[in-house]
Design a protein around this ligand. Structure first.
Ligand code: XMP
Length: 513
């Protein structure tokens, strides 16, 4: 069995970041709630435990605590920030409400040798975010570092394998942070670095085979990374039992359908049902301008199309029993219980009807997005799919303001292709969260050659973001904007003007509808 680390979540986003850093050190990590008991920990048999930071003070009521019997299990523990303070308090040390606190960069000074900070310089810059501070370590602990406002910025009790740091080694601003995590895992606990893309693939392939047996499996491909990687894993496991469905809504990006056909039919040789439903989507959207209405129509029609395929496959009684979903680890964690019960309203497959009762195959449910991309690469998916920016379920439909028609979708698809192509040429594609074109519902006057034109403007939308919850408009270089604008007007029929969206989120949203 793969060695694993339990990351105990004391709130905020720190636990996810720690879990990712552990995996970057090639050790599997799992996030657990702070209510976990010693018995439950023992059942999971982790090689080590990391206590995360959190937004509370240990003196607040209620503040999350930890079953103290966990310290007695003999499993090495690293406490970080809140986790460090809690460890100090629970084991008999003293945590003081100094009122001074440290937020941001501060200087860490080493005061004695440390097993997790071996060969570190005497001082270095780390990132802190704390109001309280450990004033006195528990009996048995040695103080290994201090900072201006934290006399005990790091402490350890080697005999009990308990380590604690007040700073945040998981954030990039902490010098040697990743090294501390890796050293704790590899040198102190001696966990081998075996969590790799290859091991992920082997584990998942075995799990899929065990789950589906000889049954048939259905997968809806969206053109996005998650469904493609999930499908590729299922193909590797039980390829001949899989049927993929790609519903072309007419609102996909340029060449998306061809790319999927090429990859899944020709490269992977899997059965692919390509539903060319463009006409039905455009008919249903005719005359509709309200954004929510458009979303609803697209979502419902998608389900109907998918359902029709599923029912057809099911005729005769030996239809697919399993449905592949590209649920990722953050969705599982955010559902709180560690069991994402609902089918993710992922892509257009938002809420499949209940009478289509599938069992779910979720081969990505323990993976973070960056791991999914790397697994996809290792499985041989083309970079174009693996590194694709997020694309909304309703597709170009939420970027066409006003009525969605075949003609307007074609203008936007061509414009979007130019924007993305130039962004890629400039080497910016992977640095941007999203970059695309928007088609507003106005036309403007222009002049081209000897003639007057009356055509659509295109708006360039490019944002940076970590999670789409907030976003900043991307400061694209002027020469990139210029080449996008020149090509849009020269190459895309129906376009005579280009504008740039300089709205962040909030107050704007990333998409226009
Ligand atoms: P907004 O526009 O709300 O978008 O800032 C945030 C992120 O979500 C994507 N998005 C959607 N994804 N169905 C989806 O699957 C939708 O209806 C939808 N609307 C927005 C958007 O592309 C961005 O990444």
């Amino acid at each position: 069995m793969t060695s694993s680390v339990l990351v105990v979540d004391f709130g905020a986003q720190y636990a996810q970041l720690i879990a990712r850093r552990v995996r970057e050190a090639h050790v599997f990590s799992e996030i657990v709630q702070s209510t976990i008991t010693a018995e439950q920990v023992r059942a999971k048999a982790p090689s080590a435990i990391i206590l995360s930071g959190g937004p509370k003070s240990v003196y607040e009521t209620p503040a999350p605590s930890l079953d103290p019997a966990i310290y007695e299990l003999g499993i090495p523990i690293l406490g970080i920030c809140y986790g460090a303070q809690l460890m100090a308090l629970q084991l008999g040390g003293d945590v003081a409400r100094t009122g001074a606190g440290e937020y941001g960069r501060t200087t860490l000074r080493r005061v004695s040798t440390s097993r997790v900070m071996q060969e570190w310089p005497e001082t270095l810059s780390v990132w802190m975010s704390h109001g309280d501070a450990i004033a006195a370590p528990p009996a048995g602990f040695v103080v290994t570092a201090s900072s201006p406002e934290a006399p005990v910025a790091a402490m350890e009790d080697v005999s009990r394998a308990l380590y604690a740091v007040q700073f945040h080694p998981e954030v990039a601003h902490s010098e040697r942070g990743q090294e501390l995590i890796a050293d704790f895992l590899h040198h102190v606990v001696r966990i081998p670095a075996t969590w790799t893309n290859t091991s992920i693939i082997e584990d998942q392939v075995a799990a899929i085979r065990a789950q589906v047996g000889e049954e048939r499996v259905l997968c809806a491909l969206s053109g996005g990374v998650d469904s493609a990687v999930a499908a590729a894993l299922v193909i590797k496991a039980v390829g001949t039992q899989l049927t993929c469905v790609f519903v072309d809504t007419g609102l996909m990006r340029k060449n998306e359908g061809e790319q999927i056909e090429e990859t899944f039919t020709r490269q992977f040789g899997v059965e692919l049902i390509h539903v060319k439903a463009q006409d039905r989507f455009f008919d249903a959207l005719a005359g509709v301008t309200d954004p929510e209405r458009k979303r609803k129509i697209i979502g419902e029609l998608f389900i109907r199309e998918f359902e029709a395929v599923a029912r057809e496959l099911g005729e005769g009684g030996d239809g697919p029993r399993f449905l592949v979903q590209g649920t990722l680890y953050p969705d599982v964690i955010e559902s709180g219980s560690g069991h994402a019960a609902n089918i993710k309203s992922h892509h257009n497959v938002g809420g499949l009807p209940e009478d289509l009762s599938f069992d779910l195959v979720e081969p990505l449910r323990s993976l973070f997005k960056d791991e999914v991309r790397h697994v996809g690469e290792e499985l041989g998916l083309p970079a174009e799919i693996v590194w694709r920016q997020p694309f909304p379920g309703p597709g170009l439909g939420v970027r066409i303001v006003g009525e969605v028609t075949r003609e307007r979708a074609e203008i936007l698809r061509n414009a979007d292709h130019v924007v993305v192509d130039e962004i890629k040429k400039a080497g910016l594609y992977r640095d941007l969260w999203q970059s695309f074109a928007v088609l507003p519902a106005v036309r403007t006057v222009g002049v081209m050659g000897d003639g007057r034109t009356y055509a659509y403007p295109i708006i360039i939308r490019a944002v940076t973001s970590d999670d789409a919850m907030t976003a900043d408009w991307a400061r694209l270089p002027y020469d990139v904007i210029e080449s996008i604008a020149n090509r849009l007007i020269r190459e895309v029929e129906g376009v005579n003007r280009v504008a740039l969206d300089v709205t962040s989120k909030p107050p704007g949203t990333i998409e226009w509808e």
